[in-house]
Design a protein around this ligand. Sequence first.
Ligand SMILES: Cc1cc2nc3c(=O)[nH]c(=O)nc-3n(C[C@H](O)[C@H](O)[C@H](O)COP(=O)(O)OP(=O)(O)OC[C@H]3O[C@@H](n4cnc5c(N)ncnc54)[C@H](O)[C@@H]3O)c2cc1C
Length: 435
Amino acid sequence: MSSIRRGTWTNWAGNQSAHPKWINEPASESDVADIVARAAKSNRTVKAVGAGHSFTSTALTNGHLLNMKHLNKIVEVDRANNQVTVEAGIHISELNEQLFELGLAMPNLGDIAYQTISGAIATSTHGTGVKISGIAGQVAAMRLVNGQGEIVDINAKQNPELLNVARVGVGALGIVTQVTLNVVPAFRLRAVEGAQKLDALIENLDELVETNEHFEFFWIPHTRWALTKRNNRTTDPVHIPSRAKQWYSKTFLENYAFGAVCALGRMKPNLIPRLATALPSTGQSEIVDESYRIFASERIVKFVEMEYAIPRQYCGEALQRIRSMIETKGHKVSFPVEVRFTAKDDIALSTASGRDSAYIAVHMYKGMAYESYFRDVANIMSDYEGRPHWGKMHFLNRNELSKLYPKWNEFLSARDQLDPSRTFANAYTEQVFGK
Ligand SMILES: Cc1cc2nc3c(=O)[nH]c(=O)nc-3n(C[C@H](O)[C@H](O)[C@H](O)COP(=O)(O)OP(=O)(O)OC[C@H]3O[C@@H](n4cnc5c(N)ncnc54)[C@H](O)[C@@H]3O)c2cc1C
């Protein structure tokens, strides 16, 4: 039975909050259907939240906010087809552990695993790897509750035309209750992490990206240095040298010391370029561990983020332009610029829809002004038909976004079909899709 309370909801970054009239915690799919059906009859709106790890206002509502935490189980394991069906509110971190116990794994992940599976697919969340798509590309089937409170199965036999639309639904098509994922046998990765000069890296980018299964790098603004991460499959045993373990990821994004550097930079922005040179530029580390422990790590330091997907071939040029823009405009940036890659897919609103993509993500430490930096980066991205991540800050509206996605109208038609009375609308869906 669904429980109800009132209260304030805030996202992870602390930059979005909602004051829903009702916070529901449905205990089952039929609870979800009931809440939506009753809300629709009374012209009230409904939004599901996952782990609140989006930076945009995508999960906000002043109607019913559905916390899906009780729908968190694995429902079925189909070993013959390497598929698992899970409830929508399961956190990817819980799923990873349970899959590992079953000898299975997700083939790719983002760099954290706090998200729920439904929140991750809704916004086209991705990791890195030129031969592999984002997480929504791993979805084989799903079930959702539509705007009238009806349960809709979407799979190869039932409503198959909706599958490539609903996988990245931006929370606008229905409340997802179950997802069937294509998984793989559990595997280990060797992570080799080290520093490289940005210019040399850009020169060899195609080779680095194509010869590593999962390649990414973080360029440190105000320096010539980038920290690279190459993850490749191995059958070697788990090997975690303790110093190496601390060297790279632990040295910055996850680390309190990095947080202290950012906090100092927030007080004295002019110090940021000098502080940046203290970040590591030498050394290399190598770790072998289970895939999910390598892909995802902790994030202790809070920030806001904007990320754009652009056609992969423009990655180096776009980065060089961002680098000169930061210096010309005098932005003081204490957070690295993160660069990742995925293969194209055929999902209507996937940020990699129809094109092999490079992702360029910019961050600003919590509490620092970010808008002018992000807008300057967004202007550069627009020259490459950049598509913003649905869950990360951006300034685009329906008109601008509609030109970036060839299958845009398929999505709008599915929205009219699944949610004609806009039970799942909020200010964000109005901004990006219209009324
Ligand atoms: C520290 C950090 C690291 C991140 N790393 C990455 C990364 O590596 N790669 C990447 O691509 N992104 C990354 N992100 C972004 C993040 O993956 C997405 O914003 C993702 O959507 C968050 O999932 P969530 O469960 O928190 O969903 P929420 O943010 O709570 O919700 C996102 C959207 O999904 C909808 N939704 C949630 N559940 C349902 C449901 N059951 N049915 C229908 N709609 C639903 C919500 O209404 C909302 O529209 C990161 C974010 C943070 C804060």
